[in-house]
Design a protein around this ligand. Sequence first.
Ligand code: ADP
Ligand code: MG
Length: 228
Amino acid sequence: MSENSNDKVVKLRDVRRSFSQGDVQIDVLKGVDLDIRPNEIVALLGPSGSGKSTLLQAVGLLEGGFEGSIKLAGEETAQMSANGHTRIRRELLGFVYQFHHLLPDFSAKENVVMPQLIAGVSQEQADERADILLSSLGLEKRLDHKPSKLSGGEQQRVAVARALANAPKLVLADEPTGNLDEATADIVLMELMALVRDEGSAALIATHNERLAAKMDRVVRLHDGVLA
Ligand code: ADP
Ligand code: MG
């Protein structure tokens, strides 16, 4: 395959972000470069406070205040309007956070159906895809459970299914298993990786799990504001 910059799902160049607290300015990202290819699963490592969440917010177009170039699927997002960002988030991205952020009044299945309906998929197709995704995560007997009736691991699995509901080109996961006990965290993170692979998405996954990070396609480390 030819190496065209448009082949990259993510292309960051010299991305910078600083925060001011009173008189003090902290430079969190000091010139981050990162390329992610289609289907590539990249682990993002770095100690607490190193800027992992900030970097995921940059790629996820969730916050302003960044300098540098943020290209997603070939489109420069830096000068884009908020509407443009919303469109790209909807068409291209899926998110998994540390806390599940599921809609509490809706069942597991409805939580996975909802984003598809918003994207214009028919009810029938959305139902079918939700069943497939949730079943592939072992939740075929939990489809009608509300989040409060699910274990922490099950809740995160629903969040994973929801992130993949609209077949995103890129999944962004910010310590997706950071809130689970170690054994469950390992299983859910492996399931997330397997599902991302099956679906042919790329992913950027912030984690503290060195062992599972080593099983991803590539590991990048945030240190002193840049990626090593
Ligand atoms: P990580 O996810 O690796 O733990 P973060 O990206 O959350 O790191 O934070 C990196 C640094 O940026 C921290 O020092 C944090 O205090 C600071 N920071 C993050 N968000 C803000 C904000 N909105 N205002 C001020 N400082 C922030
Ligand atoms: Mg964080």
